[in-house]
Design a protein. Structure first.
Length: 552
């Protein structure tokens, strides 16, 4: 969230977090080279403190991280009817920032978090033209919070629809329509964090010729084990944050051993998702009294927000990376664990924040550290069973019980809304407010087998899809898809397991149309505004810009 976006809920599979206040500005001009297009680009960069000299073999106790580029005005914005020739209830909102020759698409998290202008600041506006797309039901797209026709496949097709729709504007071309010129002009960079990483991977699977590179942050693929880690009674978050989980589940008065059997025939005996299902019923409840229903929804959204905040903040309890300097007493502070295909055949190594290889300073080998990062998120879950055949429709919404503590809190709020008491006003929302992020994150989590379809973003389906689609027009000229993954080693929302699984799958693949570099700041969490994560994202967009501009 930006500081000017009040009432926006916090993220789970998302990245829309408040900017760190009090940053100081400095001017930074990028190096010129012999490329005439590159020479005319200047880079404006924020930095908290002046850059210090680097020590190539150890992590620096006073290392300064790169910060975001200055805010840029919106060049233009617009709406687009989703669905193309098949008219949809959804209208998509987008903004364009920057004036550079390279094109980038930013995919927000959530699902349902929406975009903010700060998201464009990960890109140099003199090198990139950035499209911020509010996904179906999110941000300024309408209807807000709408789950109808809202699945991964729909969102993937929306990304391609926007690319085709904006071709003339992005590339200053005339004519073309949906013709050959459109087909041949991919995004230079697609950046997605958390749920946005899921969408980015799926987009690359279905439309591999539509993008040249992919930056993934806080890697998520919405596997059942990932959902249960965050929203299951026996998941890692619930076990580590027992008091916060109890507060979360008590609001909807759920017994996790209720042995329920739903109207759609799914046997939920002891699957650990009863709390998640109860919130689903509250957030999508459709009773006779519309006003009361929205009050239930807002009360559920407040509680949902508090659980997400507790889960997110858990990463900061034993780390001090929420500053702009590393900790001299902690050897892993400022250290990045890296695997890249162009060096040492992808073997793990340590680097400092400048990308220089580190020798010494850690008491374990890179391979050992990589193995210790795993949280075994599926350790107590039958993930193979959870990934069985996709469902044909979403889970039905059940009536909300009148005896739940949530209903009591709604009644209490209704009785005191006209009083002078302010104790309940901390999270006060307009009565017609739609908590899209809580609704859509819950919807996707409950209906994972439906909204994800038959997709498997980690296994050989990635290779199969890319190999199949690379046989399309001009595939002989298609360069390999470059993936830069940036994963917090201490991420409590999307643990490193998924990023490590994706890297392993791609390293074992024989497909030459894709390669991946994975960078893991060891002490960082989930937020894209974590100083080290932010630094890595800015460095990634700059690295790709230099590479692509120098090719021209």
């Amino acid at each position: 969230m930006t500081a000017t976006a009040p009432l926006t809920l916090s993220s789970s599979f998302c990245s829309a977090w408040t900017m760190d206040p009090g940053v100081r500005h400095r001017w930074h001009q990028s190096n010129n080279n012999n490329n005439p297009k590159r020479r005319r680009h200047e880079s404006l960069l924020f930095s908290a403190t002046p850059t210090t000299a680097a020590t190539p073999t150890t992590a620096e106790p006073t290392a300064t991280y790169r910060d975001l580029y200055p805010p840029s005005d919106t060049i233009t914005n617009g709406t687009l009817q989703a669905g193309g020739s098949v008219r949809s209830v959804h209208t998509l909102y987008y903004e364009i920032h920057g004036t550079g020759p390279l094109t980038a698409l930013f995919l927000h998290g959530g699902p349902g978090a929406g975009c903010f202008s700060n998201h464009a600041r990960f890109f140099d506006p003199s090198k990139y033209t950035v499209v911020l797309l509010d996904q179906r039901g999110a941000g300024k797209s309408t209807p807000k919070g709408c789950a109808q026709d809202n699945t991964l496949e729909h969102l993937v097709d929306d990304c391609e629809l926007v690319r085709r729709h904006l071709q003339q504007q992005l590339h200053n071309t005339s004519g073309g329509g949906d013709g050959g010129d459109v087909e041949e002009t991919p995004w230079d960079v697609v950046l997605g964090g958390s749920w946005g990483a899921t969408l980015g991977l799926a987009y690359a699977q279905k439309y591999p010729s539509a993008l040249k590179s992919l930056i993934l942050r806080g890697i998520c693929t919405l596997r059942s084990s990932e959902i249960d880690w965050l929203f299951g009674a026996r998941g890692g978050s619930a076990l580590r944050l027992q008091e916060a989980w109890k507060n979360f589940s008590d609001v909807v008065a759920v017994s996790e051993h209720s042995n329920s059997n739903d109207d759609n025939g799914i046997d939920d005996d002891d699957d650990g998702r009863d709390t998640l299902h109860a919130y689903y019923d509250c957030l999508f409840n459709a009773g006779a009294n519309g006003t009361a229903d929205n009050a239930i929804r807002l009360a559920a959204a407040r509680s949902w927000m508090m659980w997400e905040m507790a889960a997110t903040s858990s990463a900061a309890q034993n780390t001090n990376t929420n500053t702009n300097t590393t900790n001299q007493s902690n050897p892993s502070a400022g250290t990045v664990l890296v695997s890249s295909p162009e060096k040492d055949s992808g073997n793990w190594r340590f680097e400092n924040h400048l990308g220089e290889e580190m020798v010494g300073g850690m008491d374990r080998s890179p391979n050992t550290v990589a193995s210790l990062l795993r949280k075994d998120i599926g350790n107590n879950l039958d993930d193979a069973e959870k990934q069985r055949t996709a469902m044909t429709g979403p889970r039905p919404v059940r009536p909300v019980g009148e005896s739940t503590p949530l209903m009591a809190s709604v009644r209490e709020a209704s009785q005191t809304k006209n009083s002078n008491k302010t104790s309940a006003g901390r999270f006060r929302l307009p009565p017609d407010y739609v908590p899209a992020q809580a609704m859509l994150t819950c919807y996707y989590s409950v209906n994972d087998r439906f909204v994800m379809g038959d997709s498997n973003l980690l296994q050989h389906d990635v290779d199969t899809c890319l190999e199949t689609n690379s046989k399309n027009k001009n595939s002989n000229d298609q360069s390999p898809l470059k993936i830069i993954g940036i994963q917090g080693g201490n991420d409590p929302i999307c643990p490193p397991d998924t990023a490590l699984d994706l890297l392993q799958s791609l390293q074992q693949s024989t497909n030459t149309n894709i390669n991946m570099e994975l960078r893991i700041p060891l002490e960082s969490g989930h937020s894209m505004y974590d100083p080290a994560i932010k630094h890595e994202l800015v460095m990634a967009t700059e690295k790709l810009a230099d590479e692509f501009l120098n090719q021209e």
